[in-house]
Design a protein. Structure first.
Lengths: 398, 373, 398, 373
């Protein structure tokens, strides 16, 4: 058993740390640390800086501008970004579509789309879920019918994150109703500016706008935008989901949030003592810290087995469940630690140009909002119930 | 043994329930609740016309209710409606305090029934101090026998529209001492008062108030100088009973919404309510909600028993806090993405239910209080 | 809303209390309070005393020697017995079989068997569960085949409480394999001394002997021992289960146990302070107390609706779940409160004739044993999972 | 990064696992564990022949192991076997203490390897005091420079067969003070020692010891007078690591037993493992067990780091205590009646798993300790 990084890995860690230190914009970091959404421009500037360094798509092959990072390098990079409060790289292009194109796309598709992801010419979003197809994704109904060199797409997608920013969407569509539902699905790339596409905002319960509904009415899509073979889209989608589910532990982010929570609790008073001294609060906090410490090891164990050539199976489901629940626990305790101040919901107080009354502590401006917003973490990317189904099937063979 | 409400109360509850179902649309409520005012004046008037405020007020102050059972019945109905208008602040907190005041102060209660004034209790201070006796705001006695108040009050709901503040303050004792607390009832336009107001997550504006050398005459004290803790304490206990009952109404609505969703939402070809894992979680929620209701009934029964009131109130607030958060989180999870949207009712009920834990002491505070009693 | 007892109910409560005070044997009460099994003779002496007073079967009609107690009187009697530490009335005869006989049995059966329950001539046990039929009771296989005036019974029953004491057993047996499994079941009374019956002890994980397996090999049972109609046994069984499930709240017993636990925690020291002052212990205890207080009201609400003529539906499932879990919580915290002493398992230390080293505190002699033994409470009488199925079906209509 | 054990340790673990599966039947174990002796001398010898004790002892004391990783590996295997023989008491607690003693005391460790002696640490006192420094037993210095010990030790496992007691005692300081603690190593037939022994719920006899003016010579002290807290502390921390690892082995066996039961036990025509409510509970158990394992790995990694050891040990013991009880209770419940029987293996594993929480501090104690560090 050896938990240490190699010398090379340690050097890489130092390099990442110093890059972040030199390049992160403080006002963006503050937004990230307070959990409020950053703007599209914030993201784009950050993507550009990373791309200049060659780190926007570190796991990609060198021929496409990547660094061929292994799981440990990827882990180091993500953890350092997490603790520094760097914006998350918007995953839909570089993290999700790109692996699919590299494995299943045509040479033209790869050569055309991959560079544009790095330059930021395209902002991708993901068209998977539909109103009737959430956990049961294979039941999706949005149809694509071939007419000569085009597909005509009709239907509706939902829960589409950042569709309001995107100019491209990759979609699962139904191209056949024969056989099992999984067998009639294709994977296609659609220009968001095509006639017949309408995007409607979904406002979440905290009042923020991240997700959208997208309506497709007779949308013409060039047939060359089909990825791989017609009716084989389910295979590509599953490949993508496996990719999506690694690295959900979020340990560094959660550690950073715990530090912030501790600071809040040191400053707050209960019974005229620091809240951190209150036995019930201290006990809640310590339990979360221990859970997180355990998760850190659980996550490293999974990484180590991937590094040793074992495929990550249901382990990523375990990490999805724990990562989401621990982050929710922290958000929950942060809300509790604010006492009556938790009523406040003034996310704008964290942005420039706010001219309302000062919110103190500043974290209170969006703490309850964030708590409610983050209930999504156990719902999206395969709900935790779906993860338990996976564990039950793959690891327990029930 | 009989747990049924009296026929009159049952009628009142049914009337309110029907009213909220038909006349108090949640989308209108949400617009009002998150407006600069924080509630709807029109709805406030319409509901007062129904006699809701009277049902919270003692007959001797021109109401026709005001007992623990009245309050619990009405607030459960208000919870079902997710009512954001200031019934708690005016009909409970201010009314209970003013009913212990002099004739002029008592008459303010009657005026609230005519919509001629809107008195608001300004008691809460440091965000994480939930003790009822926590008052730092200073009352100083001037040479001429009048008083001045200086200090800060925090997280006061519906303060921006208030006509009067009932300000707790102290001239003696530690910040947590029960002795030395006074209450001053003053118009909100009195010099030296500053109001900073914020939007809230669950609806209704909330304000921080700053009092700087605000002058008070001796007739403006409610009760005797330094002796008003019991008034505040009783008003807040009544407030706790009210919001615990509100939480019951909210949980019942959440139960209805969730059950309906489980029956209609299909995945893998069947309603998701057919999945046993979901059934068992829903059954557990139902068990918890029944226990929450029992805790409120218990607090209602003992409300007028001086030796038992605080303990049963703390047990109820603890139960509501713990179970309420569970119900809110589980119901959102069982709804999947739908539970996360502004457009759908559930999330708004869930937000209010969770935030009730932040009013008058959270589950930890009341468990500790229960232990100490 | 009115929570008070009537004057008559209050008087009855006083009468019960004074009867218990005058008639309970202290050494039996001590066993009950320490949770160790009482002997068959202890039970029989107590049954006899109750019978002399007319209270052994208080809910029975007067014509059979009962008092026609309503639910509130039954509740008062049981709660007073619970807090006094009276032995529980062995339920299989007077509480379970009797209602079935009164509703579905023949006149001869009623006239013959009911009086013998009161006098103690018969000790009944219940033959429901089989090795393959626990939660899925209707799948039972023990067969009864009619031959002239007899049934010939073959098969096996299990988890039979006190079969070692019993001379009679009422059984569900299969008399037909036609139709749905429920439609071929009959309800029959069998003499435990019949040739072909073998009883084997089942020792539970705490080392105690309460339950048994019973093997039937060509056992001859007189046909007159069939209750009601052949193949209608499932109806009678369900009737009995409804009866069994009321009154499971056990509030008085749990309150008594909490008092005892408080005493233990006052006497024990942690960090050289009384354990009761430890914030974590105090918080665990207070939560149980509040749960129990809430259950008391939940239970009274159910009683009140029965008193008002409403049939108890899934409410009894709610009470079964809560009653069992709260009692388990108390046993759990009692075990915890003993610290290292919880290792000890010397139930005999609570009986006369023990000559080993003194166990102090005395409760420690069987506290862990009782904790493990009481895991059965969420398993038997319809496991808590089955109760959740019932709630889901009856109250949620899922 | 690599979490695999070294090949040698893997071989050791596999050998032990196979040995317990084939040679250490649980029914024989149960008879021995609940006998008057509390374990099987035959099994003890057979397992010592396998080198288990050596694997726990440092090379300088004639063993071939003794590191945190050795101990964790071996005790996980012992947990799988539900071994009741005194490896913890002899191979960890006594050996770690004696290894800090004089040559004669060190030689006792070597003698344990030859089965020539059975030293037992007699440290634990008041039942609910889990602090490592809690010692009331008095050491008084006599006029001739020798000592006398008076006091009581409680819940000492396997004391009845001991050849030596390692008795903690103090000549100065409060009952909880780290200063003033000494350890005396004395033969068990020394005058003034009384042993009261009890049966246990999880197997193995446990004893209360009384020391009345027991004479000690100065060569019988382990370490210096009043300075031995760090010796006890390190031995107990090692013991905690050992039983946490034991708990992992037990949980793995419980997982296997439960999964097998869920696959074979049919109700309503299908294996009960097909019911989603049960699947989700089992999946949750699996998640928890993985976290428990991580907590032990973490404690193993930091075991030789003086500044981190106590904190990671407390985190592990807390995790094991909390998760262990959950796993025990849930696995019994999932087994239904079967889980309740003496004849079936599960209950015995469950009992030991729960009782591990009562050794060296329970989950509450270690959470508080974690907070204090």
């Amino acid at each position: 058993m050896d938990l240490n990084f190699t010398k090379e890995q340690e050097n890489f860690q130092i390099e990442v740390r110093s890059f972040l230190n030199d390049n992160l914009e403080p006002q963006v970091v503050e937004k990230v640390k307070n959990g409020i959404p950053i703007t599209k421009e914030d993201s784009e500037r950050w993507h550009q800086k990373l791309n200049e360094k060659g780190w926007l798509a570190g796991t990609w092959p060198k021929q496409y501008g990547g660094q061929e990072w292994d799981v440990v390098e990827k882990f180091i990079f993500e953890e350092e970004c997490g603790s520094a409060g760097a914006p998350r790289i918007v995953p839909f292009g570089v993290g999700m579509l790109a692996p699919v194109l590299m494995k299943f796309g045509s040479l033209e598709q790869r050569d055309y789309w991959l560079p544009r992801m790095l330059t930021g010419e395209d902002w991708w979003c993901q068209g998977y879920s539909e109103p009737g197809s959430g956990s049961d994704l294979a039941s999706l109904k949005t149809s694509a019918v071939r007419h000569g060199d085009y597909y005509i797409v009709n239907g509706q997608k939902t829960w589409t994150t950042f569709a309001q920013h995107a100019n491209m969407i990759f979609c699962l569509v139904r191209t056949s109703n024969e056989g099992k539902p999984q067998e009639g699905i294709s994977f296609i790339l659609i220009d968001m500016n095509s006639p017949g596409i309408e995007v409607r905002s979904i406002i979440t319960l905290d009042g923020s706008h991240e997700v959208n509904e997208i309506f497709f009415s007779d949308v013409k899509v060039p047939a060359k935008n089909l990825v791989g073979e017609e009716n084989k889209g389910w295979t590509y989608a599953k490949y993508l989901l496996t990719h999506e589910r690694t690295g959900n532990a979020n340990v560094a982010v959660s550690k950073r949030k715990i530090q912030k929570l501790k600071k809040l609790a040191d400053d707050a008073k209960k019974n005229e003592q620091p809240l951190s001294n209150d036995p019930m609060f201290a006990s809640r906090l310590a339990q979360i810290e221990i859970d997180l410490q355990n998760l850190e090891i659980t996550n490293l164990r999974t990484l180590a087995s991937v590094e040793n050539g074992e495929a990550p199976g249901a382990e990523s489901s375990i990490i999805k469940i724990l990562g989401s629940e621990i982050e929710q626990d922290i958000d929950n305790l942060t809300r509790k630690s604010l006492g009556k101040r938790a009523f406040v919901n003034e996310p704008d107080a964290l942005s420039a140009g706010y001219n309302g009354a000062e919110v103190f502590p500043k974290a209170a401006a969006y703490a309850s909002g964030k708590y409610f917003n983050h209930r999504k973490k156990s719902i999206y990317a395969g709900s935790n119930e779906i993860q338990k189904n996976i564990i039950s099937k793959l690891m327990l063979n029930l | 043994m009989d747990f049924k409400p009296s026929p009159e109360r049952q009628i009142l509850f049914d009337t309110l329930k029907k009213y909220f179902e038909n006349e108090y649309s949640l989308s209108d409520r949400n617009i009002a609740a998150h407006s600069d005012l924080g509630y709807s004046k029109k709805a406030w008037e319409a509901m007062r016309d129904l006699g809701i405020l009277e049902s919270l007020i003692d007959p001797e102050l021109d109401g026709f209710g005001g007992t623990a059972l009245d309050i619990s019945t009405v607030f459960e109905a208000l919870g079902r409606g997710l009512v954001v208008e200031p019934f708690l602040e005016v009909g409970i907190l201010a009314a209970k305090v003013l009913s212990r005041g002099n004739d002029a102060q008592k008459s303010l209660v009657k005026k609230t029934l005519e919509n001629e004034c809107l008195p608001i209790l300004a008691h809460s201070e440091r965000d994480t101090e939930y003790s009822k006796s926590y008052v730092e705001t200073k009352l100083s006695v001037e040479a001429d026998g009048s008083y001045k108040i200086s200090g800060a009050k925090r997280m006061i709901k519906h303060a921006t529209e208030a006509t009067h503040f009932l300000v707790t303050c102290r001239n003696t004792g530690d910040a947590s001492s029960e002795e030395g607390i006074s209450i001053a009832c003053i118009p909100t336009d009195r010099e030296g008062i500053k109001i900073d107001s914020f939007a809230t997550i669950d609806g209704g504006r909330v304000s921080d108030l700053t009092f700087t050398n605000v002058s008070i005459s001796s007739e403006e004290l409610v009760g005797e100088l330094g002796m008003s803790y019991s008034i505040v304490s009783h008003a807040i206990d009544t407030g706790i009973l009210a919001i615990c009952s509100e939480a019951l109404g909210i949980m019942e609505r959440i139960k209805e919404l969730t059950l309906e969703y489980l029956k209609t939402r299909k995945q893998f070809g069947v309603p998701i309510g057919k999945f046993q894992a979901i059934q068992h979680r829903m059954a557990q929620l139902l068990v918890e909600i029944e226990q929450a209701r029992s805790s409120v009934i218990n607090a209602t029964i003992y409300f007028d028993d001086e030796t038992e009131r605080e303990k049963t109130i703390s047990a109820a607030k603890f139960s509501i806090g713990k179970i309420g958060t569970l119900v809110a989180e589980e119901s959102i999870q069982l709804h999947g993405g739908m539970g996360m949207t502004w457009e759908y009712d559930l999330g708004h009920y869930a937000k209010r239910l969770v935030l009730i834990d932040h009013e008058f002491g959270d589950e930890d505070f009341h468990l500790q209080k229960y232990i100490s009693l």
